[in-house]
Design a protein around this ligand. Structure first.
Ligand SMILES: Cc1ncc(COP(=O)(O)O)c(C=O)c1O
Length: 426
């Protein structure tokens, strides 16, 4: 079905979108979809946003690329804004989230190296994490599925558990920390892992542990950042700050852009010649990034996110309660929400798409909702109505299949996560 000229690493849905407007996507066949995926948390300011389009087209007519051998005024402006709004003193721009993580790992190791402790290069991340698909990224992610067949896992990445039992998780983590440990790395809400919020108490304990043991605390806010959870960055809910933070996705609003933010102290090993990039922070990316941060920090923007997110959360609570055979619970924060499913999440994603709504898969059999942050309350309502339609259609399919299955198996069917009724999900 798909052109063999493309490397087949994706199990793609057979839809090609050709246009977007606000919270809606339009496919090749003219069909309109309400989008609760936002290109996996990227299109935070909606499609065809006039501020972003204006910034990009204006820059496109002036200058695209010069390299980092020269000053790039857009970088200086955006870095100053990010520093003004965060814990950070210094910023490096990348093209993607994985590259932002890569620099965070290098920076943490280099910090200990210049402190005279080159043996401290181990980074502890947490089960259920996702930190990108580079060799270091998959090592930090720790998921066997992503590591298999790519040779030995890069040395110096250790995986801790995060079960939600803060006291027990801390005991286990402390036992893993050694004289080789350089840093702790965590997403304040695990996105790909299944919209798994990390307890604020646990994040605060990590900060304390890093202070006590001289470790670098790295937050990966690639998915949670840029207003997604209702604060500019999710860690603000916990009232603590990291030493290094990776961002991407929303900061580019759809243009490839990431960044690694750090305190001067954490970044002190990154001197001239220790890192570089050809494209990172190029004038096009900077034009969009500057417009995006202005939107995210404009008065009232986060109030809007919180207001619509609270409404959406309430409505989803009612949806979950109304379909107890499909949904287990709703979780997450702000506009980063997950529906923990009792039936295969892929079936619900397909049913939602057939009803005209785009939602996303995630680990732990969760349907992930990451709408544009500009979503209106009316669009939130429409989205939940479409989910209600999808749920009803799925229940009808399950009911229609039940007699046939009963006849086949000689016993009543159990609708469990592995009992797909509409074929393979993504
Ligand atoms: C938390 C987190 N870290 C890292 C990445 C990797 O970002 P990219 O795909 O831009 O390399 C992602 C992407 O989904 C992510 O969600």
């Amino acid at each position: 079905m798909f052109p063999p000229a493309l490397l087949q690493t994706y199990n793609r849905t057979d839809i090609a979108f050709v246009r977007g407007e606000g919270s809606y996507l339009f496919a090749e066949d003219g069909r309109r979809y309400l989008d609760f995926g936002a290109g996996i948390a990227v299109n935070a300011f909606g499609y065809n946003n006039p501020k972003l389009v204006g910034a990009l087209t204006e820059q496109a007519g002036k200058l695209w690329h010069t390299s980092n051998l020269y000053r790039v005024p857009g970088q200086e402006n955006l870095a100053a804004k990010l520093v003004a709004h965060t814990f950070a003193d210094t910023v490096f721009f990348t093209n993607s989230g994985a590259e932002a993580c890569e620099l965070a790992f290098k920076m943490a190791r280099r910090y200990h190296f210049v402190n005279g402790n080159p043996e401290r290069f181990h980074i502890i991340s947490f089960e259920g994490a996702f930190h990108g698909r580079t060799m270091a990224g998959i090592a930090a992610t720790g998921n066997e599925k992503y590591l298999e067949g790519f040779g030995p896992k890069m040395a110096g990445f250790d995986l801790a558990t995060v079960t939600g039992n803060v006291a027990a998780d801390l005991v286990a983590l402390k036992a893993m920390i050694s004289e080789k440990t350089a840093a702790l790395l965590i997403e304040p809400i695990q996105g790909e892992g299944g919209v798994r919020p990390i307890a604020a108490e646990f994040l605060r304990a990590l900060r304390k542990l890093c202070d006590e043991k001289g470790l670098i605390l790295i937050f990966d806010e690639i998915q949670t950042g840029m207003g997604r959870t209702g604060k500019l960055f999710a860690h603000e809910w916990a009232g603590i700050e990291p030493d290094i933070m990776c961002i991407a996705k929303g900061i580019g609003g759809g243009f490839p852009l990431g960044a690694t933010l750090a305190t001067d102290e954490a970044a002190k090993g990154m001197t001239v010649g220790t890192h570089g990039t050809t494209y990172g922070g190029n004038p096009l990316a900077m034009a969009v990034g500057n417009a995006a941060i202005d939107l995210a920090t404009a008065p009232g923007f986060l109030d809007h996110v919180n207001k619509v997110a609270n409404y959406l959360n309430q409505q989803l609570g009612a949806l979950v309660a109304g379909h107890p055979s499909l949904f287990e619970s709703v979780r997450g924060q702000g506009m980063m929400l997950g529906l923990k499913m009792k039936t295969p999440s892929g079936d619900f994603i397909t049913a939602a798409r057939e009803a005209g709504l785009i939602v996303l898969p995630a680990g732990d059999n969760v349907v992930r909702l990451l709408p544009p942050l500009t979503l209106s309350e009316a669009e939130a309502r429409e989205g939940v109505e479409l989910m209600g339609k999808a749920a009803a259609a799925l229940e009808t399919k399950v009911a229609a299949l039940s007699p046939a299955r009963e006849a086949l198996a000689g016993e009543p069917p159990v609708a469990g996560p592995r009992a797909s009724v509409v074929g393979r999900g993504k």
